[in-house]
Design a protein around this ligand. Sequence first.
Ligand SMILES: [Zn+2]
Ligand SMILES: [Zn+2]
Length: 424
Amino acid sequence: MGLRLTVLGGGREVGRTALLVEDLDHERRVLLDYGVSFDEDDKPILPLSTPPAKLTAVAITHAHLDHVGAAPMLYISARPPIFMTEITKEFARLMIEDMIKLAGYYLPFEYPELETMLSCTQAIPLNKPVNIDGIELEFLNAGHIPGSAMVKLRIGNKTILYTGDVNAIDTRLVKGIDTSNLEGEILIIESTYGNVDHPDRRQVEDKFIETVKSVIEEGGIVLIPAFALGRSQEILALFAERMPYADVYYDGMSRKILEIMLNYRNYINRIDLLEKASRLFTCVQGTGMRKKILKSGGSIIVTPAGMLKGGPALYYLKRIANQRRNAIILVSYQARATPGRLMLSEGVVELGSPRVQAKVFWFDFSSHSGVSGLMKLVKSVKNLEKVIVVHGNDSVVYDFAYRIKEEVGVEVHTPANGETIDLS
Ligand SMILES: [Zn+2]
Ligand SMILES: [Zn+2]
């Protein structure tokens, strides 16, 4: 009896996050995130299942597919209330529609389940606790992408703080987390970068801008493959601030995401820069326009997919890769066995394909805290008794857990998927 946590996904892995909190004394169950991963052939990998009819509530931290992608599966046979911020709801609709379009054949749900999920969605703002059947739920800014939230859950006689994906530094899109007022006996924390720190963002940006300038000054084309949700708009805002005169184009789903951001201004840190970007830069429509852009040198193209696995980025890549004056600048995390990672390590996009002649760069624009930011967060939580480390690769999870034990001295768990931890 009491309170317990079962990890349904995201245990010692980055991806398909799904955490089930159960208050057994009162028969209440809250599911925190329900995401998917993708294997090397881009087939979705679902989290472990739980009977949806028994869920009191579902809370979604943000609209990246590794946190929300599997949620429609809960609406095949049941209608649990699902909570997220307003802008997350808009993003989630777009992201999941796109996923169904690309991978629908391998998914156990379709558009109708997505529609049902959206109709069961209660959009709640940050910092406004809601009461659901005796459970108190509050979203706090997570600093990761617009609308991203940490979850504060008052359940049984405990307060659980779940970080989702977090970032401690301010970016143009979102302000970093506020650690001045965090409390909870139990902390569930992501650990994507639980063993390293990122380089100073300002220096990364300076070097990035310098690199872009040097390529376009020589008449080259700069292709910036970037995640559709978050990274693309951060890069556009950076150009709006530092190179407003440049010939910048954006393509693919990043433009719909930009539109949503412009409609939900309160969730954006530097809305002025996003407005400037949408005013000054050109949204690409149709292949005719793509061809035109490629004919003239000196242009900058920001487009998904961030790891070059598909999307318009591939279209452009094929047409600019064979010229030395052009450049491909990666600004997103590059997972193992993706074309982006191959290009960085082997100089090719596919094994056996010709070498990429264009210059290739990678810059660290991560929207996750490095280990110092994560440790600061852990140390700031009042009444802390137990820490559960999730959303990190094997060795990283252990390194980070060890560090918390050493420096904070609380109980730390590193559960695998399927494992249950007693929280009472
Ligand atoms: Zn995320
Ligand atoms: Zn994530």
